[in-house]
Structures are given as structure tokens and as C-alpha cells.
Ligand binder design. Structure first.
Ligand code: TGC
Ligand code: FAD
Length: 404
């Protein structure tokens, strides 16, 4: 399906007038730089994403043309040092950028968080100087796109049982196996892939499109994240040059360290989706009249709206504090799990309540509600499911591992 993006942009120009709720004046805790980044991404989303995103989701089209703009507005690796092409910004700036992108659509935030936290970050953290200089600047600008392969058809929550193998054969490294549910896979130029080496340890490698035996079939028929491209990574005797192996880490802590950064970004992103649903619900409740009054005059609707604002405000305070801990290098994986788990669940509940406030209109593409709700069904599953994050917290509290 070909969409006329220029026509859509013209048709829906200036229609997105979003202002974020800030009941506890969280803005007072932000620096001028934070607000600058937040506003720049928000303006870009209003101009480039909002007018086209509904059509993209309806038609299940990934808007490739947005990649350049995402790079220009600094959404690819804002937390990566500037010497490698990143934004050199702090974690609150990174979080605010993810919030604004997900306010537009979870799929667009997904594209950016995979690129920044799951492709650039491992290369920055675990790569050689040569790998950093070769890949990071091109990934920061969006000239190259990447994806992150951890999940396999038979191993999602339990990546330590992965089957993908990196073996030494006749002095060469050979990769065999497959990954599934990989965001950006169908168009990625490179893939950061985690495989089991000959010592039975997880090892990261950079696989480049065009390497013989490497294919990326697209996954179709999704009811969620329809504006994001998802696919498989298939490795059939792929020869990996030694310089493509990430030298800085061995073991599952490699991919899990990257997930800390991405899960943190999601905790902010989910607030964006929740805000969009809340703002739409408030407007609708004030305008829609039944029984001679705006529905917002009825107690039941006020309860829904009050609880939404309460939950958004709690999530804003939580993520701001987590951001300061991230900046100080003190955020623990369990603290990140708490925020990802709480905020995505919060956003999904708000989407469901907002859908009810919009009545039948809530199921249409006239409003963003159903799109956010369907997207959040993926967000609550990827980067560690809702239940896995609960078990991470349970282990932190009790010292007992209830995973296995
Ligand atoms: P376990 O034995 O607990 O740990 C193995 C090693 O890893 C260390 N570790 C961590 N290191 C850094 N950060 C963390 N969060 C860490 N968690 C654990 C740990 O200290 C240990 O190190 P060492 O040195 O002793 O070896 O591992 P386990 O096999 O028992 O698994 C634990 C569990 C279940 C929590 C983990 O496997 C897990 O988180 N599973 C969920 C899998 C997941 O989140 N997959 C996400 C795939 S990527 C994705 O979804 C991208 S979507 C992107 C988008 O579109 O936005
Ligand atoms: P399973 O692990 O099979 O879990 C099924 C159910 O069992 C869940 O409810 C889970 O909570 C529960 N469960 C599992 N283990 C336990 C336990 N020990 N105790 C209690 N309950 C348990 N992966 C990547 O590597 N890269 C990507 O870019 C990526 N993008 C994605 C994009 C989308 C749109 C989606 C939907 C997924 C993506 N994923 C990606 C995969 C994602 O990370 C996995 O789907 C997720 O980790 C869960 O794995 P699974 O789907 O195999 O579920």
C-alpha cells in the first residue's frame, strides 16, 4: 500500500494541539535543556508523526521517510557521547524524548529505542574503538539502522536457553540459528545478535545485511505496533569476521545491561501514550453531551479522569526520580523493572478507561485511543513481560529466584 504522506500532512496540518498534563509541576524540576529537547521532539511529532500515523497503522506501513528526521531531532542515541555522534545528553533528556515519541506512537518510539539503547548502546559499551567509529555516527544520523536479536522462537523470557550458536570452524566464526519478533529487522542494515559461543557463554556479534546466509523475513498479521516493522533474523552458516565480535562482554549480562537502558526509556514512553489518551478523554468528556449535560459532569466519568491524572502524576514523579538515579549511575535493574512494569500497566489501564469515555467513537481511528491500547499490548510484553518484571522485584525483595 502506498500512502501519500505529503497529502496527509497537508490535510491534518496544525490539528495536533497536545499540551501535557503537569499536575505536580514536574516541569520545575527540569532544566532549560531538558525542556528544549522535549519541545523540539514534541514539535517534530506534531508536524511529522501525528498527521500520518493513523493511516500508517491502519495500513500496517512503517514510515521509512521519518528515519532521517528522527536522527536530525536527536532521537537516535541521545544518551551516547557526542564524540561518537550521539547527543551527549543525560538520561532525563533521553526519557523525555521517548515520552514525546510514544505520545505520537509506540512504534515510532520503538524504532528509536532499539536504535539508541539496543544497537548503539551495546556497540558503545562493549565495542572496540574501531567498531564505535565505524558504526555509531552512521547509526546516530539514521544513515544506517540497526536491530537487536535476543528472543528466539522457543526462548523469549528465558534467553539463557538460546539455541543460536557462534562456533569456530576451520579458524572462522560461523553463526547458525534464528531470532524472532525483532523490531526493525526487515530493513535494518546491521543486527546486534546474541549467540552462545563454544564455551556455552552468550556473545554479541554485529551481523551486516548482505552477509551470505543472513535473511530477515518480515512478520505480518500484527494487531499491535502496526507502524513498526517486525521480523525474524535467520542465520544459515553466516561467516562472521572476528572484527564484528563485541569484545567487551561475555555472558547474559551483556544483553541484559542494554535492556536496562531500553526499559528505562519505555517507562517514560508509556507516560506519553497515557497522556495522549487522558488529554483526548478530558476533551471528549467536556464536549460530548448526554442526558442534557456534558458527560464530564457525571461522577462516574470524573472518577475515571481523576484516577487517570493521579496515575500519570505518580508515574511522572517515579520516572523523574529514576532519571536522576540513572544520571548518577545508581539505578538498579529492579528499580528499572518497577518503573517499566508500573508505567506500562498504568498506560494500558488509562487507554482502556479512555476508550470507554469515548463510547463508540473510541473504537475508531478518529481518536488515538485504540491505537495506543493495541500498541501497549506489545509494550507490556516486550523488554521483559509484566510478570517477569514482577519476578525480578520478587527476587530483589526476598532473595529467592522464582523464575525457574
Ligand atoms: P541471571 O542468572 O539472573 O543473570 C545472568 C547474568 O546477568 C546479570 N543480570 C543483569 N545484568 C545487567 N542488567 C540486568 N538487568 C541483569 N539481570 C541479570 C546477572 O548478574 C548475571 O551476571 P553474571 O555475571 O553472574 O553471569 O539470568 P536468568 O537466566 O536467571 O534470567 C533472568 C531474567 C529472567 C530476569 C532475564 O532473563 C530476563 O530479563 N528475561 C526477559 C527477557 C527480555 O527482556 N527480553 C527482551 C528482548 S529485547 C526486546 O524485547 C526489545 S523490544 C524493543 C522495542 O521494540 O522497543
Ligand atoms: P514467553 O516467554 O513464552 O512467555 C509467555 C507467558 O509466560 C508470559 O505471560 C510470561 O510472563 C510467562 N512466563 C514466562 N516465564 C515465566 C516464569 N518463569 N514464571 C511465570 N510466568 C512466566 N525481542 C528481541 O530480542 N528484539 C526485539 O527487537 C523485539 N521486538 C519485539 C517487538 C514486538 C512487537 C514484540 C511483541 C516482541 C518483541 N521482542 C523482541 C520479543 C519480546 O521481548 C518477547 O516477546 C518477550 O521477551 C516475551 O517472550 P515470549 O513472547 O516468548 O513469551
Amino acid at each position: 500500500m502506498t500512502l501519500d504522506f505529503n497529502a496527509l500532512r497537508e490535510l491534518k496540518k496544525d490539528q495536533d494541539t497536545f499540551q501535557h498534563p503537569d499536575f505536580y509541576a514536574i516541569d520545575d524540576l527540569l532544566t532549560d535543556e531538558h525542556k528544549l529537547i522535549r519541545n523540539a521532539v514534541r514539535d517534530w511529532v506534531k508536524r511529522e508523526v501525528s498527521p500520518i500515523i493513523e493511516a500508517c497503522c491502519q495500513e500496517a506501513v512503517f514510515p521509512h521517510h521519518l528515519i532521517k528526521g528522527l536522527g536530525e531531532v536527536g532521537c537516535f542515541g541521545p544518551q551516547i557521547p557526542a564524540e561518537y555522534g550521539g547527543g551527549g545528553l543525560d538520561y532525563i533528556s533521553y526519557g523525555l524524548a521517548m515520552q514525546e515519541l510514544e505520545r505520537g506512537d509506540s512504534g515510532i518510539r520503538s524504532t528509536a529505542s532499539v536504535q539508541g539503547s539496543l544497537v548503539m548502546y551495546p556497540i558503545y559499551k562493549f565495542g572496540s574503538e574501531q567498531q564505535k567509529h565505524t558504526y555509531l555516527p552512521k547509526l546516530a544520523s539514521g544513515e544506517w539502522m540497526g536491530c537487536f536479536g535476543l528472543t528466539e522462537p522457543d526462548h523469549g523470557s528465558d534467553p539463557s536457553s538460546m539455541k543460536t550458536r557462534l562456533t569456530r570452524q576451520n579458524g572462522k566464526y560461523i553463526l547458525n540459528g534464528s531470532k524472532m519478533w525483532i523490531s526493525n529487522a526487515p530493513f535494518a542494515d546491521i543486527a546486534v545478535v546474541w549467540a552462545m559461543n563454544d564455551d556455552g557463554k552468550v556473545q554479541g556479534v554485529i551481523v551486516e545485511r548482505g552477509m551470505a546466509g543472513f535473511t530477515t523475513p518480515e512478520t505480518h498479521n500484527k494487531w499491535s505496533l502496526r507502524a513498526s516493522a517486525t521480523g525474524e533474523l535467520v542465520f544459515d552458516q553466516v561467516e562472521i569476521p572476528e572484527e564484528n565480535i563485541l569484545p567487551g562482554v561475555v555472558g547474559l549480562k551483556g544483553p541484559l545491561t542494554c535492556l536496562n537502558s531500553a526499559r528505562y526509556g519505555i517507562s517514560w514512553g508509556a507516560i506519553g501514550a497515557a497522556m495522549d489518551c487522558y488529554v483526548s478523554a478530558v476533551k471528549y468528556a467536556k464536549e460530548r453531551k448526554q442526558f442534557g449535560k456534558p458527560i464530564g459532569a457525571f461522577q462516574l466519568q470524573q472518577k475515571k479522569l481523576s484516577e487517570m491524572l493521579t496515575e500519570i502524576t505518580k508515574a511522572q514523579v517515579l520516572t523523574w526520580r529514576l532519571g536522576t538515579l540513572m544520571n548518577e549511575g545508581k539505578a538498579s535493574p529492579a528499580q528499572i523493572s518497577l518503573a517499566k512494569r508500573n508505567n506500562v500497566d498504568m498506560a494500558l489501564n488509562i487507554a482502556r478507561e479512555a476508550r470507554q469515555i469515548h463510547g463508540a467513537m473510541g473504537i475508531t481511528g478518529e481518536y488515538p485511543i485504540m491505537r495506543h491500547m493495541a500498541n501497549l499490548e506489545s509494550v507490556i510484553t516486550y523488554e521483559g513481560t509484566h510478570d517477569i518484571h514482577l519476578l525480578i522485584l520478587g527476587m530483589e525483595i526476598t532473595g529467592e529466584n522464582a523464575f525457574s
